[in-house]
Design a protein around this ligand. Sequence first.
Ligand code: HEC
Length: 130
Amino acid sequence: MKKYITIGITVCVASMIAGGALISGLNAAEGKDPTKEFMKLYHKAPKGTDPVCKKAVDGKASKAELTQLVAGYKAMCSAKPPKGDDASWKEKTEKLLAAAQALQSGAPDGAAKYKEAVNCKACHSAHKPD
Ligand code: HEC
């Protein structure tokens, strides 16, 4: 997990400096789809527990959890969608990132923003492979 976050951040920083080519190289080297891993860890939770995204909507996510959400959404922003349009993916993931950062900074509208951005169905129907 720690490694994943570090890679996510590295990828994001690299994307600002070097642009797209390097990122796909890094992702390929890691051999993992950051989106898929992220979904399993933060959007879905073992039975009986709340996933981090639900805690965030309820304003109950810890500081550490919000840091992880932000890092994960950053990695998703710079990743390619497994399906669908790049522009639509960018729009959705950037909205998620901005909302998670609003939560992190304690902005009063953070939870409402995040709730709107973390629309499972809207994103899955456009970008999740069947
Ligand atoms: C910004 C887009 C986006 C949003 C929002 C989103 N997802 Fe996903 N999700 C994806 C994509 C893309 C995949 C497919 C990943 C792949 O297979 O490469 C996925 C896959 C999944 C998977 C399957 C993971 C696996 O093991 O293969 C689960 C479970 C999941 N999402 C849960 C959720 C839930 C629950 C929510 C809402 C709280 C949510 N997602 C919101 C984009 C999104």
